[in-house]
Design a binder for this molecule. Structure first.
Ligand SMILES: [Fe+2]
Ligand SMILES: [Fe+2]
Length: 198
């Protein structure tokens, strides 16, 4: 029997049930935004890609030592489809899971997860504190400087790009574009936009 496809509302409710940290919530929205952008670009199921991105770190705040494994348990209890769970667990390949990314969706998630961190860190040091005016070139520069956002593992991004068969530059461009679409939610729209917010 095929399990029901979760809606974004369900995914969002779960995310908020398990995550209170502002930075983790912003990371979830950033990854969702990029996954949606990449799905659209490839003519894939935008909702499926987005929802998987949204909850990929569901367990991290409460169960950091059981990352991926607890998300699997929680989502199984909620009757999520195996394909969604597999994709989510595969983002921790070689770190907290032995599930290797196979589908384009899985490889994309694996490749862009860390990259959203580098783009966010880059935005924070810009005068605009924004992704709206960010160039691929500026991210490339930070990429080459290992001391900048040292926690961002470039080798994982590199491996992900190789698996996808895309150049790093294209991956950076997609990540910036995807994050622009959710710039308001992740606080990277720039000062002027924030001032006029509700
Ligand atoms: Fe993770
Ligand atoms: Fe993540």
């Amino acid at each position: 029997m095929e399990k029901h496809k979760p809606t974004r509302e369900e995914a969002l409710a779960l995310l908020h049930q398990y995550n209170k940290s502002e930075s983790l919530l912003k990371h979830a929205y950033a990854v969702e935004g990029v996954m949606r952008y990449c799905a659209r670009k490839r003519g894939e199921d935008e909702d499926e890609w987005g929802i998987i991105g949204l909850v990929h770190d569901l367990d991290y705040e409460r169960f950091p030592d059981q990352h991926c494994a607890m998300t699997q348990k929680i989502l199984e209890e909620h009757g999520w489809p195996d394909a969604y769970i597999r994709a989510i667990v595969s983002h921790g390949w070689g770190i907290c899971s032995d599930v290797e990314p196979e589908s384009t969706l899985e490889k994309t998630l694996y490749a862009i997860d860390e990259l959203t961190g580098l783009v966010t860190a880059n935005a924070m040091v810009r005068p605009s504190r924004s992704v709206m005016d960010m160039s691929v070139k500026s991210v490339r520069k930070k990429w080459k400087s290992p001391a900048f956002a040292a926690g961002v593992d470039r080798s994982i991004i590199q491996k992900g790009a190789q698996m996808l068969g895309v150049e790093i530059g294209e991956l950076i461009e997609d990540t910036i574009n995807g994050m622009r679409e959710v710039a308001g939610e992740i606080g990277l729209q720039g000062d002027s936009a924030e001032d006029t917010g509700p």
